[in-house]
Design a protein around this ligand. Structure first.
Ligand SMILES: Nc1ncnc2c1ncn2[C@@H]1O[C@H](COP(=O)(O)OP(=O)(O)OP(=O)(O)O)[C@@H](O)[C@H]1O
Ligand SMILES: [Mg+2]
Length: 483
């Protein structure tokens, strides 16, 4: 119980303001040794800011924190993509030395041992950029856990460790979390998947608009109760009845015998007006499907057809296909630019006025989308990197919705998105489909988006193993096809 032992982390009256945004206001919470503590709240509610104050990245305006040694894994994972897994392990901590030189063998052994717990020891010499998002997440956590091996670490703090992970990998990570908690380490994890809170956490803290709403045992709370605490009296949305869209004519996007390192002569079509959900486990080919079908990456074999004619990868025509990559921090966000520029970058035609980019139109367009998708803060002139993770994701989606694309390929569209914004985003994608776009969504977790799909395809070993209308399917059918 928290009161009988010294807390692993004790936070009192923490406040942090960024300009006009009150990211945290007077937040107090305590993390007990050995407990698994979930931190939840809508996008922009202050979760990452809290973690960054704990890690010393931001100084608090007010309040105090007392804690032992704490290890962090941030939302962007902090891995260097051009380096190998081993280099990422070794960097930033003292390395094993032998006769005045770095002992590479000892370093490799140590990294292998840390990764073996997750079955990823074979990746040590691979470059981070060649790995899947799920593998990267696990590596970042394994690296943090490796650093906690000193034994005197009081807490491990994970900012959305599971948002990119498929369920079987979540279980692996959950087991590791429990192991570390049993050793007396307090674990804080941020998540948008409320079922995980129920399954994993003994303690729960809820933030809303930077304010503490609840901090106490998970027992006695429920998922609807959590949603209510997070959302407060914000307006909710009514779900529309699903009617299957009428499929007309030829496919908008078509994969013909696509071959890549993970795709094996894949055939797939997406039609105007439909939302196709493609599911598969890590390694099923799902990771490359989106970038190949959207023309962002050339396949080793086969062709992609757009409106009946071959699409050349990276040609100007690919810009008529919206692409929201799963790896948004690296491939989606334009980091040096404002929210406005991130949204309007593909809509410059629409902002032309007498052959010139009309700044006024550009501002209006971006501002309208920021408000429509309830991007927070709604002032689109701020740098994109000052937005919370979920709000950056909304901006990238807005970029493509704004151009009225022929097709949209969105990987993991709900990753890092709170329950409320999730519905909003999926409704927008539905709107795009109703305007005639072909929409393809990929996800490792079918539960999240199944209800929004018209048709479902499951990939396994680079091939389509299931292709059916959603109404004929249960989640069990999909999961068993995936495995
Ligand atoms: N460096 C910064 N400059 C300005 N505003 C910031 C900065 N960092 C965060 N904010 C603002 O503080 C608020 C809280 O952001 P934070 O990143 O903590 O949210 P979050 O709860 O982690 O959300 P998400 O679930 O989307 O990751 C947001 O309104 C965000 O725009
Ligand atoms: Mg965050």
């Amino acid at each position: 119980m928290p009161s009988t032992r010294t807390a692993a982390i004790q936070i009192r009256g923490l406040s942090k303001t960024f300009g006009a945004t009150r990211a945290l206001s007077n937040v107090s919470m305590e993390v007990a040794p050995g407990s698994i503590h979930a931190l939840i709240g809508l996008n922009g509610s202050g979760k990452s800011t809290l973690v960054k104050v704990l890690s010393g990245f931001y100084a608090a305006d007010e309040g105090d924190v007392s804690m032992g040694e704490v290890v962090f894994v941030h939302q962007d994972l902090g891995l260097l993509p051009s380096l190998t897994v081993l280099e990422n392990f070794s960097i930033g901590r003292p390395m094993a030395m032998r006769r005045g030189q770095i002992d590479r063998r000892a370093e490799e052994e140590r990294a292998r041992a840390a990764l073996a717990e997750f079955g990823l020891e074979h990746t040590v010499r691979q470059q981070i950029s060649s790995l899947t998002q799920a593998q990267c997440a696990i590596i970042a956590i394994a690296r943090a856990l490796d650093r906690s091996a000193s034994g005197d670490v009081a807490a491990l703090v994970l900012d959305e460790p599971t948002s990119a992970l498929p369920s079987h990998e979540i279980e692996m990570l959950a087991a590791a979390m429990r192991t570390y908690a049993d050793r007396g380490i307090g674990i804080v994890f941020i998540t948008h998947r409320l079922q995980e809170v129920v399954d994993l956490a003994d303690t729960l803290t809820v933030l809303r608009n930077g304010q503490l709403v609840y901090s106490g045992p998970t027992e006695g709370t429920s998922i609807p109760g959590m949603v209510e605490m997070m959302v407060g009296d914000a307006p909710t949305r009514v779900e529309a009845e699903w009617t299957p869209p009428v499929r007309t004519g030829e496919p908008v996007l078509e994969a013909r015998a696509i071959v890549s390192d993970t795709l094996d002569r894949l055939d797939l079509s997406v039609y105007s007006g439909e939302i196709l959900g493609v599911f598969g486990m890590t390694g099923s080919g799902l990771e490359t499907l989106g970038s190949v079908l959207s023309g962002r990456e050339a396949a080793a074999g086969g062709t992609v057809q757009l409106d009946g004619s071959p699409l050349v990868a990276n040609s100007p025509r690919v810009q008529t296909i919206g692409y929201v990559p799963s790896d948004r921090p690296r491939r989606g966000v334009l980091p040096g630019l404002s929210v406005r520029e991130n949204i309007s970058i593909r809509s410059l035609k629409g902002t032309l006025s007498r052959g010139q980019i009309s700044r006024r139109k550009e501002v209006a367009l971006a501002q309208r989308w920021a408000e429509d998708l309830r991007i927070k803060p709604s002032d689109a002139s701020v740098p994109i990197l000052t937005l919370s993770g979920g709000n950056q994701q909304k901006a990238i989606l807005a970029r493509w919705l704004a151009v009225d694309p022929r097709a949209i390929v969105a990987e993991e569209p709900t990753q890092g998105i709170d329950v409320w914004a999730k519905t909003e985003i999926l409704h927008r994608l539905r709107g795009a489909a109703e305007n005639g776009a072909a929409v393809l969504l990929t996800a490792v977790e079918p539960e999240e988006i199944l209800d929004f799909c018209d048709r479902v395809v499951v990939l396994r070993k680079g091939r389509v193993v299931l292709d059916e209308q959603r109404s004929d399917l249960t989640i069990t059918d999909i999961l068993s096809a995936m495995h």
